[in-house]
Design a protein around this ligand. Structure first.
Ligand code: SF4
Length: 477
């Protein structure tokens, strides 16, 4: 019995009840979702201390996959699980016109490589002419590929988005893309779990983006190093799946390896009827299993933080927040801001609504609500880039595209667009951009001196109308 107890404590496994009662009564046995998913996907412990994890879904795009496929080809390897691999094109896709070949030779090369690689290795591809095309982190959930209790990997940092469904979703580099293609496995360091409970009501004009920017501001850009973030609390529970994806998407910007939310009825309602989700009887069985994957009420956490939603306000980031005074000084110089200068009223040149953080239908609805009946300031170039072709079609149907066009926004095709400078949508010189995307390091939007201000889509809409950083609560008054 002593041995059984020892094993139960070390591995935090549940021990079946015997005649004289259950060990659960004697020891805390609760597990987090991370522990459950991790244990279920463990192939073996490696001598390095890492765990070899099986990957349930590998999402692939054109930028981080060409060299990985080249290595497979050079070694005569195959893709281990094409049935668990799905590709799309997003990063370098021009959003104005998609005439082939692209003027950018490198971009054309990347798309052509992915098309060839998917053909040669039997991988499904939502390519340029496919109605399922879009940003990889938007289409995974849309298609029902992303499911609770899964391990998911993709060669993009913001893979944490899929954690909104109760998946353990990991951004990986090109060499790991090669590993996953060849073996469907990843070697990973163990992670601690920090539960971040967001409690209470969000005030008017405060969105999921403000919640996650506040979390990063309070815990720091490296505060999550070595952690998985579990987002919980009644404010998170009330969020739609779109909002939950926004929160999980930016976990990586706070240093966390993954971010997730326990699956619940909101998750299951979103999943039902999606093309790759289980259907009929299988859906009912899957739902019961997904429910069991959530963290137990008595799960132990390595750390816990509480954020009171009622205290939050719209957030604008002018630089990566940090405590290093030298870094802050350099960031302010780069942003051409004086110490203590209020960000409200700063003139903006470009307004960008889109990206895997905030390019979903509900984001476009919120932004359209702000711009309806108003017009973009004359000096501002404003664009809306839907996160996927499906989002674009739905927004057209709802009349959102017309609302944006009437307000002076450019309405573009789906892609990553101005989230990063790998396609024709780029900043020029030291332009200031109000962006609903997720990163603002030097040169991120294509110009080495371009300046990015991150905010919610509603705040971007307000900035586009005002021609300067503006509080959406004032604009809407
Ligand atoms: S929108 Fe940005 S963060 Fe998201 S997948 Fe594209 S490049 Fe990566």
């Amino acid at each position: 019995m002593a041995i059984a107890v020892l094993i139960a404590r070390r591995h935090r496994v549940r021990v079946a009840c015997g005649g004289r009662g259950c060990y659960d009564d004697l020891f805390p046995m609760g597990q987090t979702l991370l522990q459950k998913v991790w244990d279920l996907h463990t192939v073996r412990r490696l001598p390095t201390g890492q765990t070899q994890l099986f990957v349930g879904l590998h999402l692939v795009h054109e930028v981080t996959s060409p060299q990985a496929f080249d290595t497979l080809r050079a070694n005569g390897w195959t893709v281990a699980r094409p049935d668990r691999t799905f590709a799309t094109v997003d990063h370098i896709v021009p959003t104005r016109a998609r005439t082939r070949p692209f003027l950018d030779v490198l971009a054309e090369d990347m798309i052509a490589s992915l098309e060839r690689n998917c053909r040669d290795f039997g991988v499904r591809l939502a390519g340029l002419d496919d109605e399922r095309q879009g940003i990889v982190h938007v289409i995974g959930p849309e298609l029902g590929l992303t499911q609770p209790g899964m391990t998911i990997a993709c060669g993009d940092s913001h893979t944490s988005t899929h954690g909104a469904f109760g998946a353990i979703a990991l951004g990986i580099g090109t060499s790991q893309v090669r590993d996953v293609l060849a073996s469907q496995c990843l070697a990973l360091e163990p992670l601690k779990v920090r539960r971040i409970r967001v409690t209470g009501e969000l005030p008017r004009g405060v969105y999921a983006k403000d919640v996650v920017l506040t979390i990063i501001q309070r815990l720091g850009v490296a505060g999550g190093n070595g952690y998985a973030y579990e987002y919980a609390g009644d404010a998170i529970a009330r969020m739609s799946m779109d909002e939950r994806m926004t929160v999980c998407n930016m976990s990586i910007e706070g240093g966390a390896r993954v971010g997730y939310i326990n699956p619940d009825e909101t998750t299951f309602a979103y999943m039902e009827g999606r093309p790759f989700a289980p259907a009929g009887e299988a859906f009912a069985r899957a739902r019961a299993w997904w429910r069991s994957m959530a963290s137990d009420p008595d799960a132990a956490y390595d750390d816990e933080v509480v954020i009171r939603a009622g205290e939050l306000a719209p957030v604008v980031t002018a630089s990566d927040p940090g405590v290093d005074p030298k870094a802050v000084r350099e960031a302010l110089e780069y942003m051409k801001l004086a110490p203590g200068q209020p960000i409200a009223g700063l003139k903006v040149d470009v307004a960008f609504i889109g990206s895997c953080t905030n390019g979903r239908l509900s984001d476009l609805r919120e932004a359209a609500r702000v711009v309806r009946g108003r017009h973009v300031a004359p000096h501002v170039k404003a664009l809306v880039v839907p996160g996927s072709d499906a989002v674009s079609r739905a927004a057209e149907r709802e009349g959102l595209a017309d609302t944006f066009r009437a307000a002076g926004f450019e309405w573009r095709g789906a892609g990553c667009s101005m989230c990063l400078g790998m396609n024709p949508d780029r900043l020029e010189g030291d332009q200031v951009c109000a962006a609903s995307s997720n990163r603002n390091f030097k040169g991120r939007q294509g110009s080495p001196t371009g300046r990015t201000l991150l905010m919610s889509p509603a705040m971007v809409a307000a900035a586009a109308i005002a021609g300067e950083v503006a509080d959406v609560r004032e604009v809407e008054r």
